[in-house]
Design a protein around this ligand. Structure first.
Ligand code: COA
Length: 702
């Protein structure tokens, strides 16, 4: 439930730092409040002036005739804290802090920002900013910003972490007739962030599409919870900047290196149904599409064109985006054949030819739009000497009105000669681009969003009554006591078993006799590996022996490994030799985990073995909120999935067992935040069950 009551719909607003001096921000804000037609009461606060822009001004909040819902703060940074405290004391519910000079300046600014939020918490106020350009709502209307002008009324809510970008977009939007319900500059997000605004907009009757430009998410868990619910109600489209690979370089595990810093955002967005835009152009193309078009029933696209080349290019793009070309019914084809010139293309794309005037476009569009296999329509036009852009646009609008359940897009491939027709479409709410690709991309996103909304929420949380948390805690305790953060193979095996992850038995032996005893217990053949936290690449120092079939071989291997290691790495502390049951070969997979600062553990699974980094066939999901259904979807994204299902006559692997093992790894890393990285590579999958062969776990001290 949103806590933003009386934020946008404030009954009264105090502007602290309102000024009579044109060019000052305090002047611009008051001017904007007056110009937008704000219906509530406005109180300029200024210690010197009695009247500002025709309104009575007050020296302080104490002098006001009532408690105000909202205060806009536009005084220098050194005055912000006392002013905020004064707001709290006078019952102000919300602040919009325009003033810059906080966190963005470094340590001192950060301290001041923290203090600002402490004051807000103390008085139960919510704060937008600091360092923001303000907010607007076209339906209230209210404009607490110092932007030039006011947006047109519309149904897009836009939240921007860059004030400059917000102001620029406003100016541009008016020029193309695009309207907004709300526009908010998020500033430093010290308190209110995109999460709060998305929560509010999800239930706002005037908002149809939620749009964000952000540079980071500051509370990953809350983002997933709140935004995951909002996307079920309306589309949330986000452009997130800062997609560097620094995180990937810093990671030491396979899974961490494969993931990279941006992947957590990608995965989080995917998992909670956010549509991710990759550029400013795409952000607004999608905003227009989602605001103007319905979500289509299916993924079949019909193209009507007056030129062959663009028709083919668009067809290619339809396939590239994973959409289908409509296959018209026999009746439609017969009618098109009978009504169009013999040279015309009647199969999709329908090519009405370069000499087509409006009547021919109309004929083709009527048949194509009516066809039950058409879910979306894209109209292509090249300006030949006989093309009638305005008249044809009129027909296209008529078709859209006749089939409101289908999205209509246009690409008018030309310049000035098509402009009037293109403007006509835009005004009527049909997205019209210069080239077809953005339209097809928008159809793809509309189709995907429809699929997402139609997928029921999978409520199966990963609950395992049989896991032994205490055993894992005890192992970690011992490891830390031993001044280590990396678990030995045998310790990692014990952790895996405590969580029901089927790992191949592995036991630490400190003498040849003990090694033989353990090998006899688990049964031959066995593998033996040196156990030393300092030796990462065991094979390189002669620290691994495989296929040992009897007691004599085990005894020899023990001695040989010890000799090799002493010779090649004399300084390494050796805990003993691990004896592991040699498992039959299966499909080699990797299951891993890397931890993202914001979104927590990310689970990866895909093709394992020694080529894991080369093949990069690993798919990821966040452990938080993960379901078995999502795990299956993650597996299905990998090439390894083909192997798992039985490639070229091979027996299929036990996929349910793999899903179960991944679910248990997710439970483990959620239960133990001290696990910083985890790799199981390889995991052998069999027709019946699976076996985790090499479990690597790194923990932190906390
Ligand atoms: N209560 C109310 N008004 C007060 C006050 C108080 N306690 N103390 C001072 N004022 C008045 C001043 O007298 C002045 O009014 P005047 O023009 O009539 O003299 C007004 O508040 C503003 O103070 P001033 O010292 O002139 O500051 P300023 O207008 O030059 O700068 C900010 C104030 C907030 C605009 C500036 O500090 C700032 O942060 N600018 C950057 C904003 C920004 O970029 N935000 C991020 C956008 S993305």
């Amino acid at each position: 439930m949103s806590q933003l009551k009386n934020f946008f719909d404030a009954n009264s607003v105090a502007i602290i730092g309102a000024s009579n001096t044109p060019g000052k921000i305090g002047y611009a804000i008051l001017r904007n409040m007056l110009d937008c037609g704000y219906p509530g009461r406005i109180y300029p606060i200024n210690p010197k002036d009695k009247e500002i822009l025709g309104l009575a001004a007050y020296p302080s909040l104490a002098a006001l005739p009532e408690k105000v819902d909202l205060a806009v703060i536009s005084v220098p940074a050194r005055l912000v804290l006392p002013v905020a405290r004064e707001c709290g004391e006078h019952g102000v519910k919300h602040l919009v802090t325009i003033t810059a000079g906080f966190k963005e300046l470094g340590k001192e600014g950060l301290e001041a920002e923290k203090e600002l939020i402490n004051i807000c918490r103390q008085y139960g106020m919510r704060n937008l900013g600091p360092n923001c350009a303000g907010m607007m709502d076209t339906h209230v209307p209210i404009n607490t910003s110092f932007a030039k002008g006011f947006p047109l009324k519309g149904d897009i809510a836009f939240y921007s972490q860059s004030g400059a970008m917000m102001i620029a977009i406003l100016d541009w939007s008016r020029s193309i007739g695009l309207g907004f319900s709300k526009v908010v500059s998020l500033g430093n997000k010290a308190d209110l962030s995109e999460i709060d605004f998305i929560e509010e907009a999800a239930d706002d009757p005037y908002t149809r599409v939620i749009l964000c430009y952000i540079e980071d998410v500051m509370d990953g868990a809350r983002f997933l919870e709140v935004v995951g619910k909002a996307t079920r109600k309306k589309p949330v489209i986000i452009l997130k900047s800062g997609t560097s690979q620094a995180g990937a370089l810093a990671a030491s595990s396979h899974t961490g290196a494969l993931a990279g810093s941006d992947l957590a955002y990608d995965t989080a967005f995917k998992q909670c149904g956010v549509i991710r835009a990759r550029s400013m152009t795409e952000l607004f193309d999608l905003a227009i599409a989602f605001s103007k078009c319905p979500v289509p029933r299916g993924d079949k696209v019909a193209i009507v064109t007056n030129s062959g080349g663009p028709g083919i290019i668009t067809t290619d793009n339809v396939e590239l985006k994973g959409l289908q070309m409509s296959r018209f019914t026999k009746e439609t084809l017969d009618e098109l054949r009978a009504g169009l010139p013999p040279e015309a293309g009647i199969y999709n794309p329908v090519d009405v030819l370069g000499d087509a005037k409006t009547d021919r476009y109309r004929f083709a569009l009527e048949k194509v739009c009516a066809d039950p296999n058409t879910d979306s329509v894209i109209l292509l036009m090249c300006p030949t000497a006989v093309t009638e852009p305005v008249e044809t646009s009129r027909v296209f609008i008529e078709m859209r009105d006749r089939y409101p359940e289908k999205p209509f897009f246009a690409a008018y491939m030309g310049g000035g000669s098509l402009q009037e027709g293109a403007d006509m479409l835009a005004q009527a709410g049909i997205p019209c681009f210069t080239f077809p690709e953005p339209g097809i991309n928008a159809i793809k996103e509309l189709v995907n969003y429809g699929k997402f909304k139609n997928t029921p929420l999978a409520g199966d949380e990963l609950v395992f009554p049989d896991v032994d948390k205490r055993a894992v805690k005890a192992i970690f305790y011992d490891v830390v006591k031993d001044n280590r953060l990396v678990l030995l193979g045998s310790e990692a095996y014990d952790v895996a078993r405590a969580y029901g992850i089927p790992a191949a038995p592995i036991v630490l032996a400190t003498s040849p006799d003990e090694a033989v005893e353990e090998a006899e217990k688990m049964g031959y053949p066995v593998v033996m590996k040196v156990a030393s936290p300092k030796i990462l690449h065991k094979t390189d120092v002669g620290g691994v022996k495989v296929g040992l079939k009897n007691a004599a071989e085990v005894r020899n291997a023990f001695v040989e490994i010890m000799e090799n290691v002493t010779r090649l790495m004399p300084q390494a502390v050796v805990y003993g030799i691990e004896v592991q049951k040699m498992m039959p070969k299966g499909n080699e997979l990797i299951i891993g985990m890397t931890r993202d600062v914001q979104f927590g553990p990310m689970i990866g699974c895909g093709l394992g073995g020694i080529y894991v980094n080369l093949l990069k066939d690993v798919s990821f999901r966040l452990a938080r909120g993960l379901t078995r259904k999502e795990i299956e979807a993650m597996l299905a994204e990998t090439k390894a999935y083909t192997l798992l299902r039985g490639y070229r006559g091979e027996q299929p692997s036990d996929i349910p067992a793999l899903v179960e093992a991944i679910a248990r790894v997710a439970r483990l890393v959620l239960d133990f935040p001290e696990i910083t990285e985890m790799d199981i590579n390889p995991v052998f999958t069999y027709p019946n069950g699976l076996s985790a062969l090499d479990v690597k776990i790194t923990i932190s001290l906390s």
